[in-house]
Design a protein around this ligand. Structure first.
Ligand code: HEC
Length: 403
């Protein structure tokens, strides 16, 4: 029953999270597009009102006319539309999901028992949870400090972008060396996503509140508030594509399970940011395909790094070794895999149904899943958290097995 309730909670939270994220990211992409597409207003009356740019659009059977004011309109309407709940809902539901899936079971989902760094492989559950939270909140503190140190007046934003990129390379390297692959990729994405929401919460919205308060008091708003809001929302726009990739990556063990997973994460982050840049520039009326080219080169490199190794390179595969039989594989699977991958999984692991519907109890089931079976054993992403204690000898045997 509790496994069932966990599954249900997970599903409902995920549904909410994805919908909130679609709404937030959609709105954010829309406003960046709007801002970059503004043209000088045609009517003199608009220009003298202080309108600096406008965009006409047709959508859903109606015509829309957006106008952006240089500083502020003469009178602010009372029903000003604010955007923040989509962002907060995305972060809160994402964090709840992270707690329900990862933090609630660190031994299974956070710790990588075959991590290269011995201390990481031996982390206790408490240490693993502490580390994960440190990444999320520490990531924001470092990023925020970088912004304040390097470009406090928004005059060195180029240099700041380089620093943020370097920070993300470091986060990727550390996370993939400390946590289990799947969790590592998720945490890298969550570091960026936390920065995005915190940008909205700590800077963009308070800055806008100060601006509105100043206008209502008949004073000129502090231009730094506007510029900082812009700086942080520009960062958010470059984070979006990488974050969405990292959130989806948990379905693809070829990425997070690869030997060079940290570099794969970095390449996807760079590709996502470059492709986003193409669209930002496109809305300003320029088409710079160089960004696409750079993005595609990054993706190709990532694909090369993720490609499975030839069987000859697998450990233990020597010329004269006898062929591995399906009975040997079945015996290993029954001991190491079928506790979870069964029609009725073993209670202790807390699954209500076989994970992803995959059963590995009979020779036939194993044969049908042979490719994935070999892949996940070879890249150490299964048994998850190596909770069933699969040995290196068993992995070598599976690598030699030719279904
Ligand atoms: C403690 C429980 C557990 C054990 C033991 C376990 N798995 Fe899994 N397995 C999971 C979970 C949870 C998932 C889904 C999440 C994921 O893909 O990481 C999964 C997913 C998979 C998938 C991906 C299926 C797909 O459709 O993409 C394969 C393949 C797999 N396991 C193979 C194995 C093999 C082979 C073993 C034994 C060597 C094994 N598992 C042992 C829990 C387990």
């Amino acid at each position: 029953m509790s496994a069932y309730l966990m599954d249900l909670t997970n599903l409902l939270l995920r549904w909410l999270h994805v919908i909130a994220a679609i709404a937030w990211v959609g709105e954010s992409i829309y406003f960046v597009m709007l801002d970059n597409s503004l043209k000088k207003p045609q009517a003199e009356a608009d220009r003298s009102k202080g309108v600096a740019g406008e965009m006409w659009a047709v959508h859903g059977g109606g015509f829309y006319h957006n106008q952006k004011y240089q500083t502020s309109p003469e009178k602010l309407p009372d029903d000003l539309h604010w955007s923040f709940w989509k962002s907060y809902t995305t972060w809160l539901s994402g964090f709840a999901l992270f707690c329900a899936m990862y933090l609630s079971n660190p031994a299974m989902n956070l710790v990588n028992p075959s991590a290269g760094w011995a201390w990481a492989a031996k982390m206790s559950s408490g240490e693993a949870v502490f580390m994960a939270l440190l990444f999320l909140f520490g990531g924001w503190l470092v990023y925020n400090r970088l912004c304040k140190l390097i470009s406090p007046n928004m005059t060195r934003d180029g240099l700041l972008s380089v620093a943020v990129a370097v920070m993300m390379v470091a986060v990727s390297f550390l996370a993939t060396h400390i946590f289990a692959g799947k969790a590592a990729f998720l945490i890298i994405g969550a570091v960026m996503a936390t920065c995005m929401s915190a940008n909205v919460f700590f800077w963009i919205i308070p800055g806008q509140r100060r601006m509105v308060a100043a206008m209502k008091a008949g004073e000129a708003p502090n231009p730094l508030d506007g510029k900082r809001g812009k700086q942080r929302s520009v960062h958010n726009t470059y984070f979006t594509l990488p974050v969405v990739f990292l959130m989806l990556s948990n379905h693809y063990a070829v990425t997070y399970g690869a030997e060079w997973s940290w570099l794969i994460a970095v390449l996807f982050i760079f590709a996502g940011a470059a492709i986003r840049q193409f669209f930002v520039v496109m809305h300003q009326g320029k088409k710079q395909y160089g960004y696409w080219a750079f993005g595609i080169v990054c993706l190709l490199l990532a694909a090369l790094l993720a490609a499975p190794k030839k069987p000859a390179e697998s450990p233990g595969a020597t010329e004269g070794s006898p062929a591995v039989s399906i009975e040997q594989v079945l015996a290993i699977s029954q001991q190491r895999c079928a506790v979870c991958h069964a029609a009725q999984p073993d209670r202790q692991f807390g699954f209500a149904a076989p994970p992803l519907g995959m059963k590995l109890e009979t020779a036939e089931e194993i044969r049908m899943a042979a490719d994935k079976f070999k892949q996940r054993v070879a890249n150490h992403t299964m048994p998850i958290g190596n909770l069933t204690g699969m040995t290196e000898e068993e992995r070598a045997l599976i690598a030699r097995w030719q279904p």
